[in-house]
Design a protein around this ligand. Structure first.
Ligand code: S3P
Length: 175
């Protein structure tokens, strides 16, 4: 029986907020992989991208995934690009049910707002960049996930309840 839940999906689909509430709901610990990377490297994610480049970030991400996959009883909020390296998904799959959160592009734009915390969307035409990234990753998200949940019109609690219902079947838990 898999003991962890890994949330994957594009930026702005709600992974971090949902992971926190899902972990509380299930009596598990929440681990946000971007936060782990930032803490370990002593830098924010935008600073890592800016000073060291995306490749360095991706290596740190794979290290964080490996380490997190060895833990049990955790809900993992993965960064949106975790699906880019299939090694990450292989690690996650060993001990996690993988749930992919999705949302309509308009909703994603609304949620990511104008903040500069997403280096990949820190461009002038962020709508066009987002659509391009989404279409290049769509199949990776689908192919990596055990289940997909569309969060576009749902509150965080509604998403949590959907996931709990799915997991009840998958993990044999009586939530
Ligand atoms: C990324 C998503 C971000 C963060 C980094 C790269 C991506 O995480 O890991 O900026 O490639 O989609 P969130 O999905 O939590 O925003």
């Amino acid at each position: 029986m898999k003991e962890n839940v890994a949330l994957i999906g594009f930026m702005g689909t709600g992974k971090t907020s949902v992971a926190e509430r899902l972990a509380a709901r299930m009596g598990k610990r929440c681990l946000d992989l971007d936060a782990v990377i930032a803490e370990k490297s002593g830098k924010t994610i935008p600073r890592i991208f800016e000073e060291d480049g995306e490749k360095v970030f991706r290596n740190l991400e794979t290290e964080a995934v490996k380490e997190a996959s060895r833990k049990s009883g955790v809900v993992l909020a993965c960064g949106g690009g975790v699906v880019l390296d299939k090694v990450n998904i292989e690690h996650l799959r060993r001990n996690s049910v993988i749930i992919c959160l999705t949302a309509k592009p308009e909703k994603i734009l609304e949620r990511v707002g104008a903040s500069g915390t997403r280096p990949l969307l820190n461009v002038q035409d962020r709508s066009e960049r987002m659509r391009r990234l989404l279409s290049s990753r769509d199949q990776l998200y689908e192919g990596s996930a055990d289940h997909m949940v569309d969060t576009t019109d749902l509150t965080i609690d509604q998403v949590v309840e959907r996931i709990v219902a799915v997991l009840g079947r998958e993990m044999g838990e009586d939530q």
